[in-house]
Design a protein around this ligand. Structure first.
Ligand code: SAH
Ligand code: SF4
Ligand code: F3S
Length: 436
């Protein structure tokens, strides 16, 4: 009889991808099957995130909950970025944990489950480790890692510490994985990395010399040659590496979804410098304007941190100004959270009331922007790829990243339809099919 695996995934798409790897490997090599009920699991894995302090703190209460409900012989494993950040400290603090496996070590899952109290968190730079079991189950969407780690040293961010230096995965490995996923039904490929558009900066084994420069633009061109792929997305690109070549390819290549995440972090040049982001507000706006001029219907998303140490009212105002000017379609916003092992850790924090107030002002501003934009959506026509079918409703995403619901229609998963927006209820867009 197969053993049961329960896995809970926190954090970003890279962790989702790592969980996919873990599930596939344990299914194939150890005969595990997935369960959504932790009480019946033989193995409970928490794939953790440590980008902000709160989830990291909550990890220990989570472990306590699972330790209480698990079957007597079931094991608990902690994987992901908090595993990398805290290592053996996790088992010391929570003795019910059986193993700790860092974010850069997921390929060792089969060994570690057999080693009581093992801790594997060291980082090696061999990207061929990523050539282990992949999820080959049919799914219209496939997440594919193109690089791991991050070479930037943003002064607030723990990711370079938990995921190590950036290395790009060889182009042939990425194309091979894409081909396999397509054969199994994938129509949409999502390329993953902390800095996707820095692809090619470092390989652990330099690629054989060709006359083509292997960079992100070239990778996009190669991926889009795979006939069955209908859509290509990527996350996260870095504003610093949005050169003209990349923006022009983004605009020209019809398979690339016209939605781009541009993590701003702050609109103040002083704060951007303190954060070590490597670009100015002028550069950021110049890139936004270039993208908008080439793709007028583009959707743009962002991440913003408020109350970074020394952010004053004027700095915060600079952020609000950019948000008003760009009118981001999605915005993830956070209060700065000090992280050990980062450059900003020792800087004095801003009073938490001021921080909460700034976050509220920013989020209210964005809400107003979204309401205004949603009104302008009525009667617009979008190409929508169906991602979900629920009862009598089909749901999909437009080619600029918006979720659109089509009522009373059972459409085909993975197919693209022309849809006109008919109404907007509480920020949800509804539409019906049209011929164009
Ligand atoms: N590589 C991506 C971001 C990865 S982390 C990039 O460079 O944009 C995802 C987001 O979490 C970041 O964009 C940032 O907005 C937020 N974040 C990271 N560290 C943080 C911290 N210490 N406090 C608050 N937010 C943080
Ligand atoms: Fe963190 Fe900066 Fe790297 Fe993004 S680019 S993962 S924010 S260090
Ligand atoms: Fe979190 Fe690690 Fe991703 S810290 S955001 S899971 S890279």
């Amino acid at each position: 009889m197969s053993k049961k695996l329960f896995i809970k995934t926190f954090g970003c798409a890279m962790n989702t991808r790592d969980s996919d790897h873990i599930i596939a490997e344990l299914k194939e090599k150890e005969n595990y099957s997935l369960t959504e009920n932790a009480k019946e699991a033989d193995l409970i894995i928490l794939n953790t995130c440590s980008v902000r302090e709160k989830p990291e703190r909550k990890l220990f209460s989570e472990i306590g909950i699972y330790a209480n409900i698990k079957k007597p012989n079931a094991k608990i494993g902690i994987c992901g970025c908090t595993a990398s950040a805290l290592g053996a400290e996790i088992i010391k603090k929570a003795p019910s944990v059986d193993f700790v496996l860092g974010a850069r070590n997921v390929s060792k899952i089969t060994n570690i489950i057999k080693n009581p109290k093992a801790v594997e968190v060291e980082i090696n730079y061999d990207e061929s480790n990523y050539e282990f079991c992949m999820n080959t189950e049919s799914n219209i969407r496939a997440l594919i890692n193109i690089s791991i780690g991050c070479d930037k040293k943003c002064s607030y961010c723990i990711v370079p510490h938990t995921r190590g230096k950036e290395i790009s995965i060889p182009l042939e490995m990425i194309l091979k994985e894409a081909e396999i996923r397509v054969k199994n039904g994938a129509k949409e490929i999502i390329l993953l990395g902390q800095n996707v558009n820095n692809y090619g900066a470092r390989f652990s084994t330099p690629p054989k010399t060709t006359d083509k420069k292997i960079n992100f633009t070239y990778l996009l061109q190669e991926i889009s040659k795979i006939k069955e792929i209908k859509r290509i997305k990527f996350v996260s690109p870095h504003p610093l590496h949005m050169d003209d070549e990349f923006i022009e390819e983004f605009a020209r290549n019809e398979k690339i979804v016209k939605y781009i995440h541009m993590p701003l972090q702050s609109g103040s040049n002083k704060v951007l410098k303190d954060m070590k982001r490597g670009y100015s507000r002028e550069w950021f706006l110049d890139r936004v304007n270039k993208i908008k001029s080439l793709c007028p219907n583009v959707g743009i998303g962002t991440d913003i941190i408020v109350a970074f140490p020394n952010e004053n009212e004027n700095d915060f105002y600079d952020t609000l100004e950019i948000v008003k000017e760009v009118e981001f379609d999605t915005m993830y916003s956070f209060i700065y959270s000090p992280r050990k092992d980062t450059l900003a850790f020792h800087l004095k924090e801003i009073d938490s009331k001021i921080a909460t107030n700034r976050l509220e002002i920013l989020q209210n501003l964005h809400k107003q922007i979204l309401e205004k934009k949603a009104k302008n959506e009525i009667n617009k026509i979008h190409k929508v790829m169906i991602e979900n079918i629920k009862d009598t409703m089909s749901e999909g995403r437009s080619d600029n990243g918006r979720v659109i619901k089509i009522q009373n229609k059972k459409l085909n998963l993975g197919e693209i339809y022309n849809v006109v927006i008919t109404n907007n209820e509480n920020g949800s867009l509804f539409g019906s099919l049209v011929n164009v």
